[in-house]
Design a protein around this ligand. Structure first.
Ligand SMILES: O=C([S-])c1cc(C(=O)S)c[n+]([C@@H]2O[C@H](COP(=O)(O)O)[C@@H](O)[C@H]2O)c1
Ligand code: NI
Length: 385
């Protein structure tokens, strides 16, 4: 339903399919179809993959994601989604994420759902994603675990702390939100509640597989820009970025790479270290974290969890970012994604994605620098100069 909503909101299906194919070890196709659900037009996105239900572990899925030539934003969203699924599965089965065996959610079509949605959300370059109370459904459902109540255990676990309800009285007794859907919503949401004050530009309506009488089995994605309740542009500070900093002189230096990775996974836009000398000439580091206002609390929590600091300073900061877009070029018959930067609509920079270059180099045995030179040459026509 999320894939269909993204296509309906204007995300090119190629953007979703390219990301999915970068991960899937076998052929996958995404096929959008215009359907109606209880009489309303909607987009159903079929995921066509030749795959029986394969039981993968969390690490099997993580390895697929880590090896794939994805942008870091897509990889981060997809990893965070599956990590939530692994933690929820472990909790409901009384085991650990390392021992979790995914069933349906580990199958390629579920991996395609997660990676495709991650790519679509990245393409939209959202500052915030507000999720309305989740309709989970009612009744029972059968799966690899046999018969389960709705919401099934993994969904109930994933939606802890998130507004949810059985669904409208017209909804038939059926599962309205699966574990993959619950993980995608909660891993990518920056907030929960009714529609915020906004000017809607696009409406994507994603269709579920079933079309029950009297209930529109759809998920709606409203894309637009925030305004104040009076209709003015959103006041500064609702989501303006912050620079969060702290000096740390007593953390084992081997821990810093994981600190940076966990802050990015928690939603930081960027995180870096600078070496400093503190009082008494003690060597230390300043941790700098750039974060959007509505992810600041999640990032602060992660700083206190992962480091030894007992306090941070915060500076509201202005940001001017160029518009971005993504194109592809071919090098030795392989697809290399090229990130474009646009200033006032003019393409001023075209940067091939390193992961793709490394994948071509590995596949052809050529040095990465030669592959890079060829990709830059192939991307030159994309520049408006
Ligand atoms: O695949 C797994 S691990 C799984 C766990 C659970 C639990 O509640 S535990 C339930 N299910 C059911 O499988 C289907 C498909 O789920 P997707 O998330 O892959 O769409 C659905 O009925 C789940 O309730 C799967
Ligand atoms: Ni389970």
């Amino acid at each position: 339903m999320l894939l269909g909503a993204l296509v309906g909101a204007g995300v090119p299906v190629d953007v979703l399919e390219d990301a999915v194919r970068a991960v899937a070890p076998e052929h996958v196709a995404l096929r959008p179809e215009t359907v109606t659900r209880n009489g309303f037009a909607a987009t159903r996105c079929h995921v066509e993959v030749a795959d029986s239900v394969t039981h993968r572990t969390w690490h099997d899925v993580a390895a697929l994601l880590d090896a794939a030539p994805l942008t870091e934003g897509v990889r981060r969203r997809a990893r965070a989604t599956f990590e939530r699924l692994a933690v929820a599965e472990a909790a409901v089965h009384g085991t650990t994420p390392d021992e979790v065996h995914f069933h349906e959610v580990g199958a390629l079509d579920a991996i395609a759902d997660v990676v495709g949605v991650a790519a679509g959300l990245e393409h939209l370059r959202l500052d915030t994603l507000v999720v309305s109370p989740v309709a989970v459904g009612s009744g029972t459902v059968r799966g690899a675990h046999g018969s389960m109540p709705v919401p099934p255990p993994a969904v109930a676990q994933l939606l802890r702390g998130t507004p949810s309800y059985a669904g409208p009285p017209t909804a038939p007794a059926m599962e309205l939100c699966t574990p993959t859907g619950a993980a995608l919503l909660t891993a990518n949401a920056t907030g929960f509640g009714p529609q915020p004050a906004m000017v809607v530009a696009e409406v994507g309506v994603g269709a579920g597989g079933r079309d029950p009488e009297g209930h529109a089995n759809v998920l709606r994605l409203l894309v637009g820009h925030a305004v104040s309740p009076t209709g003015d542009a959103a006041p500064h500070g609702t989501n303006s970025p912050l620079l969060v900093e702290t000096n740390v002189d007593d953390l084992d230096p081997r821990l810093w790479p994981n600190v940076i990775a966990s802050l990015l996974a928690a939603g930081a836009s960027d995180a870096w270290l600078t070496p400093i000398l503190m009082k008494k000439g003690r060597p230390a580091h300043t941790l700098h974290v750039l974060v959007a206002g509505d992810r600041a609390e999640a990032v602060r929590t992660e700083i206190f969890r992962q480091t030894s600091t007992i306090g941070v300073r915060e500076i509201p900061i202005g940001k001017h970012a160029l518009d971005r877009d993504m194109r592809t070029v071919a090098v030795d018959g392989f697809t290399v994604h090229v990130k474009l930067a646009l200033h006032n609509g003019v393409v001023v920079n075209a940067q091939p994605e390193y992961e793709d270059l490394a994948a071509v180099a590995a596949a052809t045995g050529r040095p990465v620098k030669d592959v890079l030179a060829e990709a830059v040459a192939a991307a030159r026509p994309l520049l408006d100069r």
